[in-house]
Design a protein around this ligand. Structure first.
Ligand SMILES: [Zn+2]
Length: 258
């Protein structure tokens, strides 16, 4: 159990670092700026180049009392919030799976799904190469599981991507092909049973949020809602609780989720 505590802490710290990094990647992708190269991190308000002390996830924000040390303007809540959510995910994934193939796959899978959620929230787009990264992750993980694991991933792609493609063709609106690419990628990581559960969970969560927002009059029925955050949430619910949920139907989730 004390081992688990250290692993959870390790996951949380790694998650905060991924959060800081992926937040920057999301902003640079949406702003069509290069990810790598000489470009340094800058204050989003005053453009001052940030030093290492400004870039420690969460802690910098707390120590600076939420303000840029150069221009003194408040740092958008997005920065610490993204880092905290990524950190929580890292801790949760390690607490659930430990340092195993499933633990590494779940951690990275959740972080990559949230990266796509961020670009979708920011710009309304799911970028093919960032959605494809989820699929690539899935296939690389499944290489360790042998042929049947690889085949399960391919069927997962078909199930996740196919379900969204089917809805796009039926409904003609609301969802974009980027969402289908994203779930094809997630399906490769999840395997076919977990892909169905993840897609279904994403729609359930999205539907619930939409109903709440309509009741609170924050949204109208026809408003375009970014779907990737809900799909990410559905996938992440499956990555943690999927196997338990499947027990109700006497199903096993397939490698490596057992
Ligand atoms: Zn500033």
């Amino acid at each position: 159990m004390e081992n688990n505590l250290y692993l959870t802490l390790f996951g949380a710290i790694t998650g905060a670092i991924f959060g800081s990094f992926f937040n920057a990647i999301a902003l640079r992708t949406v702003g069509e700026r290069p990810w790598w190269g000489r470009e340094r991190s800058r204050c989003p308000m005053c453009d001052h180049i940030l030093g290492p002390l400004d870039l420690v996830p969460v802690f910098s924000w707390i120590c600076l009392k939420g303000r840029c040390r150069y221009c003194l303007r408040p740092i958008p809540y997005r920065y610490p919030l993204v880092e905290i959510i990524f950190s929580a995910w890292g801790g949760l994934a390690m607490a659930r799976w430990g340092l195993s193939t499933a633990g590494v796959a779940a951690s990275l899978g959740g972080w990559f799904m949230m990266l796509n959620a961020l670009t979708d929230l920011e710009s309304g787009y799911v970028y093919d190469h960032l959605a494809g990264a989820v699929g690539l992750l899935g296939l690389v993980v499944r290489l360790f599981g042998g042929t049947s694991a690889l085949i399960d991933g391919l069927w997962g792609s078909v199930a996740g991507g196919g379900a969204i493609a089917f809805i796009i063709l039926l409904s003609r609106g609301g969802m974009g092909w980027g969402d289908a690419t994203l779930m094809a990628g997630a399906g490769a990581l999840l395997g076919w049973k977990m892909a169905i559960l993840g897609t279904y969970s994403g729609f359930m969560i999205g539907g619930l949020v939409a109903i709440v927002m309509m009741v609170m009059k924050k949204a109208k029925r026809k408003d375009a809602v970014p779907l990737a955050p809900f799909l990410a949430a559905g996938v992440m619910v499956s990555l943690i609780w999927g196997p338990r949920i499947m027990e109700f139907w006497y199903q096993t989730p397939g490698w490596p989720w057992m």
